[in-house]
Design a protein around this ligand. Structure first.
Ligand SMILES: C[S@@+](CC[C@H](N)C(=O)[O-])C[C@H]1O[C@@H](n2cnc3c(N)ncnc32)[C@H](O)[C@@H]1O
Length: 359
């Protein structure tokens, strides 16, 4: 058994089941898998003007029977489960052709459903024959390894991403086109290259900088490219040498966002330091006055960490700030300032100074 370091930041050429079985157990943090869809397209598809549709007619999508597809799915999912850390999660994307089988097998293997996300294609390929509804979405299954796993989910960051609205399970994203689409002599290199925004959301939401992200069906290297951009480590596995070559060239051009821009500062909680500790540590002196931002309200700090207003009202930093604002409750940490060298400092910031003093 090799060390995980031997696999990191590489696109490995070969059969994924065989390679996954050589990787150490419980070594990756996040898996994104975009397996063959088993579309079973037999004949060429043409538009009404008789031009050929570039659909998925590739050999990698062909299976002799549904049973063969099911067996293959169970094997690669089992191999993925072995290399996934206990608190890691897995995403699998598919269409109606395969996603129901995939989901059932995942549950059978012990994975635990967190969400199914519907990727709504804002610019889907039309149904040229006009024989069915236009198929305008794909489904992503997101599962943890076990029911009680402590998985990563950056709820606050995703809400901020979505203009302060809770991120929902329907994602409206265009299919991959334009400059993002890898082409050679004007032809698509890969028939199912996924849009980078899909992976951007997945990796941001469910991993941390430096985590190891595995894609066992790497194709044109979308997962690895976005993982590198977001300061994560990647492992891609792909059996087609042309795709491997194209993805290596693609990944080499990707620049990693500087690490100081990758931290989830939005999720950092203020340190739990009571107001009294600031007084005991000498950061605020009994008898000194503290002020609101406009400095038209003040209160004197008493030795026992309560405040007294000029007209004799006594209470906690929260009670006195609420009283001044005519509210029932208020967070005093964001209301009161001390004066130091003619500058105002929010008392909340003194908590960070206190943490530094005791570290
Ligand atoms: C649906 S495509 C993935 C596309 C990829 N998400 C992208 O954005 O480019 C599936 C890929 O899996 C590869 N593949 C299929 N079976 C495989 C296997 N057993 N081992 C490794 N790669 C395999 C195919 O060659 C194909 O490139």
């Amino acid at each position: 058994m090799k060390n995980i370091k031997d696999f990191i930041n590489q696109i490995i050429t070969g059969d994924n089941i065989e390679i996954l079985n050589r990787m150490p157990e419980k070594s990756v943090d996040l898996i994104f898998a975009d397996p063959p869809y088993n579309l079973q397209l037999q004949n060429e598809l043409t538009r009404p003007n008789q031009t050929k549709v570039e659909g998925v007619f590739d050999d990698w999508d062909k299976f002799a029977s549904l049973q063969e597809y099911v067996n293959f799915t169970r094997q690669w999912l089992q191999a993925c489960r072995k290399v996934l850390k206990d608190n890691g999660t897995i995403w699998v994307i598919g269409s109606y052709h395969n996603i129901y089988q995939v989901g059932a097998i995942m549950q059978e293997l012990g994975f635990w459903f967190l969400n199914d996300i519907v990727w709504i294609k804002t610019n889907p390929m039309p149904n040229f024959k006009g024989t069915r509804f236009n198929n305008a979405h794909e489904t992503l299954l997101w599962m943890s390894k076990n029911k009680n796993a402590r998985y990563t989910f950056h709820y606050k960051a995703m809400k901020t991403y979505n203009d302060d609205l809770q991120m929902r399970s329907d994602w409206h994203i265009p299919i991959c086109s334009g400059k993002e689409r890898l082409k050679k002599n004007g032809k698509k290199i890969h028939s199912t290259q996924k849009p980078e925004e899909l992976l951007y959301r997945i990796i941001l939401a469910s991993s941390n900088p430096d985590d190891i992200i595995l894609d066992p069906f790497s194709g044109s290297g979308t997962t690895a490219a976005v993982a590198k951009k977001l300061g994560r480590k990647y492992i891609g596995i792909e059996k087609n040498t042309e795709y491997v070559q194209a993805s290596k060239e693609r990944i080499a051009k990707v620049e990693t966002i500087p690490s100081k821009l990758l931290h989830y500062k939005i999720e950092q909680k203020p340190p739990k330091v009571p107001f009294g500790s600031l007084i005991a540590a000498g950061l605020i002196k009994p008898g000194e006055n503290i002020y609101n931002h406009k400095e038209d309200r003040s209160a004197k700090v008493l030795a026992n960490a309560s405040l007294e207003t000029p007209d004799g009202k006594v209470g906690s930093i929260h009670q006195i700030s609420a009283w001044y604002l005519n509210k029932k409750n208020h967070n005093g940490w964001k209301f009161w300032y001390v004066k130091r060298n003619n500058k105002k400092i929010l008392i909340d910031d003194l908590r960070y100074e206190f943490i530094k003093m005791i570290e």
